[in-house]
Design a protein around this ligand. Structure first.
Ligand code: CA
Ligand code: CA
Length: 187
């Protein structure tokens, strides 16, 4: 009987979460239900840990050296920065990356690379991200390559030459130059 009660309670909690996500994401009720079931089947604790995410990312990308990039993406999913990704964080991010407009996706990419949350991108942040991407793609001497590519990006994006890229600078160049989006892994 006690079991039945907790089941009912869980069911109510679940539909509350799903109702909320219905308004916060671009997924339908049935899509959310499917993701919810799968998520809790794969992650019975209700959380994705960093190690799980690295493993998942490497499996999905089919690449071996993907841990650095997985960590950067993990941080972007973990919006409350508590070291785990819960279902809500997972779905709200997925909604942007899979169903968002190009501008929404570019904003997400900007936030992902802005690892210190300063609202601007520094050379180091770009180098760090590009290094992770190049490593995953199997390039050698990735640090040098990342530095060269970063200089190129700054030439194109840092319009006022103050050594940082603002969101406005990033969006205006990335929207006009499709090539730059490839560098950032956004199609
Ligand atoms: Ca979290
Ligand atoms: Ca920053």
């Amino acid at each position: 009987m006690g079991n039945g009660e907790s089941k009912t309670k869980n069911k109510t909690e679940t539909s509350c979460i799903l109702d909320k996500l219905r308004t916060e994401t671009k997924f339908s009720q049935s899509e959310l239900q499917t993701w919810y079931d799968r998520f809790h089947q794969d992650f019975p604790t209700g959380y994705i840990e960093r190690e799980d995410f690295r493993y998942m990312y490497s499996t999905i990308s089919g690449q071996q050296n993907s841990d650095d990039l997985a960590d950067i993406i993990f941080q972007a999913y973990d919006s409350d920065n508590n070291g785990t990704i819960d279902f809500r964080e997972f779905m709200t991010t997925l909604s942007v990356t899979c169903r968002g407009s190009k501008e929404e996706r570019l904003n997400w990419v900007f936030d992902m690379y802005d690892t210190d949350n300063s609202g601007t991108l520094s050379r180091n942040e770009i180098i760090h991200a590009l290094n992770a991407i190049l490593k995953m793609k199997g390039f050698e001497d990735t640090e040098h390559l990342a530095a060269v590519q970063t200089e190129d990006i700054f030439k194109r994006m840092d319009g006022d030459g103050d050594g940082i890229i603002t969101r406005k600078e990033f969006l205006s160049v990335a929207t006009r130059q499709p090539g730059i989006c490839e560098v950032f892994n956004v199609k």
